[in-house]
Write a protein that binds this ligand. Sequence first.
Ligand SMILES: Nc1ncnc2c1ncn2[C@@H]1O[C@H](COP(=O)(O)OP(=O)(O)OP(=O)(O)O)[C@@H](O)[C@H]1O
Ligand SMILES: [Mg+2]
Length: 239
Amino acid sequence: MTLLSVRGVTKRYGGLVAVNNVSFDVAAGELVGLIGPNGSGKTTLLNILSGLADPDAGEILLDGKPCQGLTPEKLAHRGMMRMFQLTRVFRRMNVIDNLLVAGRALGLKPGEALDRARSLISELRLDAVAALDAGQLSGGQMKLLEFGVCFMVPPRIALLDEPFAAVHPTMKEIMGGFIRSRHENGQTFLLVSHDMPVVVELCPRAICMNAGAVVIDAPTRAVLADARVIEAYLGGQAA
Ligand SMILES: Nc1ncnc2c1ncn2[C@@H]1O[C@H](COP(=O)(O)OP(=O)(O)OP(=O)(O)O)[C@@H](O)[C@H]1O
Ligand SMILES: [Mg+2]
């Protein structure tokens, strides 16, 4: 069943076509990697999907219904959740309270919010810092907390923009494990990452963009072996 449909999405900044006629579908339960060299349009596409930027052309369907032009809040309510921009961590509030506030804001009952907060803290290995203010966490721990905030009520699709960048290997391991186990339980993801080993390990399918356009959309190993992808990463030096 198709959950997300991106059809002919284009975004221009002046003379630059940041996203150029991009089309793809994501089925419910898929974990799709979105890769491409710097400046290829990945973040711009995620901005459009999450309502932070308006496309100049094209259509986005979530569960078969058009959703381009909606606010990030409305999109989040429909289950399209952009991590690390929509989520809010309150730095002077402790870890567990941050999760409880998110859960309550999303309509969970107090007991239910507490149960989910406790299980997320254990899943994300934040037990030792659960009583610390979020502002005292390391950058990686804060990202883990943001995962928790996003998953108090699991979104229909989670859009992740380079969650592993500049994160300690231990935290990266925990994040990868979290994504993998949630995916095994049916969670849908679109994951932007420059970390190819992680993309190969986690994502059965990948889409590579270059200069705003989709170069190839195929099983991840085939994508990484494709001459056009290698050339895109080499910036045309292979020619
Ligand atoms: N608000 C903006 N105004 C003007 N140009 C922009 C804006 N946002 C992005 N761009 C341009 O659009 C292009 C695509 O940028 P984008 O950030 O989407 O790339 P990316 O694939 O996420 O790159 P990276 O891997 O470095 O994060 C770039 O040339 C960038 O400079
Ligand atoms: Mg980017």
